[in-house]
Ligand binder design. Structure first.
Ligand code: ATP
Ligand code: MG
Length: 332
């Protein structure tokens, strides 16, 4: 099995009949590989991603929005760290969405994420997202209360309406050149227990511990119901969800990397070709730069050779290739 085969196993394009319970958080699709092989596979995926990102940036037409949702300790942060480790930071922004500020609460629920959307040519990663508005806001009624919405707008239909608005928002983004990849890192309650205990037992991980995480864990079933409903209502062909088994970190990283690579490859990205006038201007610049440099390099080379015939240095090779380039330029 190749990493690309992983992708289709976890892609949810339609919420119809979706049930989170049908997917196991410890699934590894029979991948039986050792640590070094995982490292190699991930490294080649990361390298591929870097090449694709360079083209995405140069092409400057599309943007990639990666949405990451998960329960605490599912590995959102480390997935971002590993999978995006090779990409050029100039073309990639990570935004983490926490409890909204008073300023953010004064706006509609899509406002703060809208201003953080990636521009064309960029990859934007949302570490949590507007989906919290149908997750934590659904599990905790006081979160919704703080939004100070006109009471007549807060009806039993509010979640259905939010799903509708999110679908419309994502469709709008897709129609404007954004590619959306949504990931839910699907962790089991037992694996979360183990990871929390590891944090408590290891002083170097104490900083990751938060008492609030334990309170959210107590609402596990409500969260799972909210996630289930969210995926059922917002998995679409243009903006599918990827439900990634997250009990094995190596597997979830591989699956996320494979999904992003596969999607970017499907875009058939290529470096832009210069318009004829721009190309001509570049050739003129190239000729004049070569003329500027070659006499110095050649004279240095002659002086060196006269000085005892030293072995060819990098400068000599450069001078030779400059000479060759001059020949090529003259032919154009
Ligand atoms: P980590 O724990 O790894 O630092 P995190 O994403 O869990 O990452 P925290 O600061 O622990 O970061 O938690 C952010 C909290 O903000 C979560 O409990 C989340 O539910 C909450 N949050 C995010 N968006 C909203 C929102 N729109 N309304 C209310 N709460 C939100
Ligand atoms: Mg947290």
């Amino acid at each position: 099995m190749k990493p690309s085969d992983i992708v289709k196993s976890f892609r949810i394009k339609t919420g119809h009949k979706f049930r989170l319970d049908d997917l196991s958080p410890s699934e590894t699709l029979g991948f039986d590989i050792d640590k070094d092989e995982v490292k190699d596979l991930l490294a080649s995926g990361v390298k591929r991603l870097r090449d694709l990102q360079e083209k995405l940036y140069a092409d400057g037409q599309r943007s990639i929005l990666i949405v990451l949702q998960a329960m605490d300790a599912a590995g959102k942060d480390s997935t971002i760290e590993h999978v995006m480790s090779g990409v050029n930071p100039q073309g990639c922004e990570v935004t983490s969405f926490k409890v909204p500020s008073p300023e953010e609460l004064k706006h509609d629920f899509l406002w703060r994420t809208t201003v953080a959307l990636p521009p064309r040519g960029h990859i934007g990663i949302f570490n949590r997202s507007y989906y919290e508005e149908v997750l934590v806001a659904r599990v905790h009624p006081d979160v919704l209360a703080k939004q100070n919405l006109p009471p007549e707008l807060v009806t039993k239909d509010i979640w259905k309406e939010r799903f509708e608005d999110i679908r419309a928002f994502e469709r709008h983004l897709v129609r404007n050149g954004t590619v959306i990849l949504k990931f839910f890192l699907h962790l089991s309650k037992e694996e979360q227990r183990k990871r929390f205990l590891e944090r408590i037992e290891d002083p170097d991980k104490h900083w990751k511990f938060s008492a609030g995480d334990i309170a959210e864990r107590a609402r596990w079933d409500e969260y799972m119901a909210a996630y289930d409903s969210m995926i059922r209502h917002t998995a679409t062909k243009e903006a599918p969800w990827h439900v990634i088994p997250a009990d094995n970190k190596w597997f979830s990283r591989l699956a996320v990397a494979a999904t992003i690579v596969e999607r970017l490859e499907g875009l058939d990205l290529s470096f832009p070709v210069l318009a004829p006038d721009m190309r001509e201007a570049m050739m003129v610049a190239g000729r004049s730069l070569l003329e500027e440099g070659t006499p110095v390099a050649s004279s240095k080379r002659k002086a060196r050779k006269a000085n005892g015939g030293l072995a060819e240095s990098r400068a000599d090779r450069q001078a030779d290739s400059n000479d060759q380039a001059m020949v090529n330029y003259r032919y154009w």
